[in-house]
Design a protein around this ligand. Structure first.
Ligand SMILES: Nc1ncnc2c1ncn2[C@@H]1O[C@H](COP(=O)(O)OP(=O)(O)O)[C@@H](O)[C@H]1O
Ligand SMILES: CC(C)(COP(=O)(O)O)[C@@H](O)C(=O)NCCC(=O)O
Ligand SMILES: [K+]
Length: 237
């Protein structure tokens, strides 16, 4: 019984796996973290976590493990793990959530793939057919793009608009601009790297999905799948 926890900059994602299947997979606001023990369907035996949200969140996750009285394994980016090799100049600089996403992608298939995590930031990473992470992009996420425009202009507000190929009002122009920028980066990565297969995950994935060309594989909680692989490789149960 493994508790997998992915701490992102907006929310944390939590999954409980019983060795056969996920008993729970859910995204929570950080307010819920101190009480998470009461929200779990079962008592886990181990926790595997990754965190890109800073040291205060790290301490809260450590407190949770203490409260549950279970060992906590942190996933940190490294040179290699679970059949993936890390091509970053400094492998430990890579966000642990991206590393988990790449590990999950490799476990799902041995084909080359673009891994897109659409969260607070959007990351677009290339995993080649040999399991090497070759490099990737970091963009502001869709919400962050819209919010940044609103914060830094006097004429634009953060009001949700709709996607339009040729927007004719301000709100749609902002929403469509953020989508075009993100879709353009994904498609350009696919074309220039010759890897058309694309795995898509993250809280904003649903906004991107209708606009991306096949083959596109939406996967809920890809980072949790990567953490589970790490748990399995460490023979945690
Ligand atoms: N209920 C929600 N709460 C927060 N963000 C949401 C929600 N539904 C969709 N989103 C979108 O998902 C993004 C957060 O995705 P997530 O994968 O949880 O990010 P992170 O891993 O960075 O915390 C937000 O920036 C927003 O675009
Ligand atoms: C790129 C990120 C900010 C994404 O964070 P998220 O959107 O998941 O909250 C995170 O993976 C991070 O802090 N990475 C470290 C730098 C890097 O990956 O190069
Ligand atoms: K992300």
């Amino acid at each position: 019984m493994i508790l997998c926890l992915d701490a992102g900059n907006t929310r944390f994602k939590c999954g409980v796996h019983d060795g056969q299947r996920w008993c729970m997979q859910q995204a929570f606001d950080y307010d819920a973290l101190p009480d998470l023990a009461n929200l779990l369907p079962v008592v886990p035996r181990h926790m595997v976590a990754c965190n890109v949200a800073g040291s205060a969140i790290q301490r809260k996750i450590e407190d949770l493990a203490y409260q549950l009285a279970i060992p906590l394994t942190w996933l940190e980016s490294a040179s290699a793990c679970c059949g993936v090799r890390n091509g970053y100049d400094h492998p430990t600089q890579l966000g642990a959530d991206r590393w988990a996403g790449l590990i999950a992608a490799r476990a799902l298939s041995a084909e080359a793939a673009i891994v897109v995590l659409a969260g607070t930031a959007t990351t677009i990473d290339l995993l080649d057919a040999e399991g090497v992470f070759r490099g990737g992009l970091i963009l502001p996420g869709l919400t962050l793009m819209r919010r940044t425009l609103a914060r830094n202009t006097s004429g634009l507000a953060d009001v949700s608009g709709h996607f339009n190929m040729l927007p004719t009002n301000t709100n749609d122009a902002i929403a469509s601009g953020a989508l075009y920028a993100t879709l353009g980066a994904i498609e350009r990565m696919r074309v220039t790297q010759g890897a058309t297969k694309c795995l898509l995950s993250g809280g904003a994935a649903a906004d991107l999905l209708p606009h991306l060309a096949a083959p596109i594989h939406p996967i809920n909680y890809l980072v949790l799948e990567g953490l589970l692989q790490v748990a399995k490789a460490s023979a945690l149960d």
